[in-house]
Design a protein around this ligand. Structure first.
Ligand code: KG4
Ligand code: ZN
Length: 329
């Protein structure tokens, strides 16, 4: 079965064709990130207008080699409503014209499916950490479609913390890659930054205190060592998420740990998780290109959770939670 995935939840317009949920046949992507760099963050109206411009060319590119698909999968949420609507309405039109099934997809659950697209496949039960610009969620994945939310951020997401502290340091958007690059030259121990909630047994996170600590250092010290601060921020975030993910994996005695989402592209996070995880548990993290938003994992998620809905029932839902079934709109 070949599925065309469509992803327009934020500032990336993406379409991909994936066979049997595991083999990428095409992966087309347009990003409006350069526009957002000018404003230091995403303006939803601008993102939606860019989605409109790009959606047809991106779908055409994804279908260049593989003209025939058996179904269409589309992100219905969470995300920016204007951006989501471009994807869902386009997918509905294609479904209606092609007379093919349409599968609504939860963007957060789908991120985890990037781990099914390269080589070895995860075994259940698994702990998933979805760590992106808008979300930091720890879930227990009992099997396909059975996802239990264990905890998440109480304030800023990890990616948001990277983005906001980068702004404080005068670095470009998106902040994660900018901080990671600068951190290579920095000493993570120069600044004593907090590791919020690291000692608490629960599965929740909090990153706004870390952001405030960075702002306070910046206010107090005129000449801040930017590379050291970047290394410190990265290390604080990584320490917290690695500790809490491993704790959840031990508690639930899982066979696999899956990382997903844009922040999973972070080298320090990938390496630290890999070294600290016990060898009984298999660790999966997609290649960096598949961590950030794209449509391959949308198509893969649809294959493993195939539940087609009539096109009239497909509705964009900006505040969909990670647990919500993809077909219950
Ligand atoms: O999953 P994603 O592409 O979009 C959302 O659904 O949010 O994630 C984007 C987030 C941004 O906050 C960005 O700063 C972060 O992922 N990010 C990184 C890295 N690459 C992207 N954070 C840390 N290190 C990276 N290498
Ligand atoms: Zn995402």
């Amino acid at each position: 079965m070949r599925i065309l995935g469509i992803e327009t939840s934020c500032d990336e317009t993406a379409a991909a064709v994936v066979e049997k949920g595991t083999k990428i046949l095409s992966n087309a992507l347009a990003s409006s990130i350069e526009l957002h760099q000018k404003t230091g963050g995403i303006i939803p109206e601008v993102a939606a207008r860019e989605q409109l411009k790009c959606i047809i060319p991106v779908i055409e590119e994804a279908l260049q080699k593989t003209k025939k698909v058996d179904a269409i999968a589309v992100t219905i949420g969470p995300g920016l409503i204007g951006s989501l609507l471009v994807g869902t309405e386009t997918a509905k039109t294609l479904t209606y014209t092609w007379k093919k099934p349409i599968v609504p997809i939860n963007h957060l659950q789908a991120h985890l499916y990037a781990n099914w697209l390269e080589g070895k496949k995860p075994r259940f039960p698994a702990i998933g950490l979805v760590i992106s610009g808008g979300h930091t969620d720890l879930v227990l994945m009992k099997t396909h479609g059975k996802i239990k939310w264990l905890g998440g951020t109480r304030d800023d997401a990890a990616g948001e913390c990277f983005d906001k502290t980068a702004r404080v340091l005068g670095l470009p958007y998106p902040g994660g890659p900018a901080i990671a690059k600068l951190a290579e030259k920095g000493n993570p121990r120069t600044y004593d930054l907090p590791r919020p909630m690291i000692k608490q047994e629960n599965h929740d996170f909090s990153f706004s205190g870390l952001k405030t600590a960075v702002i306070n250092f910046k206010r107090k010290q005129k000449r801040i060592k930017k590379a050291d601060m970047a290394a410190g921020i990265q290390q604080a975030i990584v320490d917290v998420v690695v500790k809490k993910t491993i704790r959840a994996a031990q508690k639930h005695k899982v066979k696999s740990v899956l990382l997903a989402g844009g922040v999973a592209a972070n080298k320090q996070l990938r390496e630290q998780m890999q070294t600290q995880i016990t060898n009984k548990v298999n660790f999966f993290v997609p290649s960096p290109k598949l961590c950030t938003d794209n449509a391959t994992y949308i198509a893969s998620c649809a294959f493993f959770n195939f539940k087609s809905l009539p096109w009239q029932k497909i509705q964009a839902n900006p505040s969909l939670s990670i647990e919500e079934g993809t077909s219950q709109t």
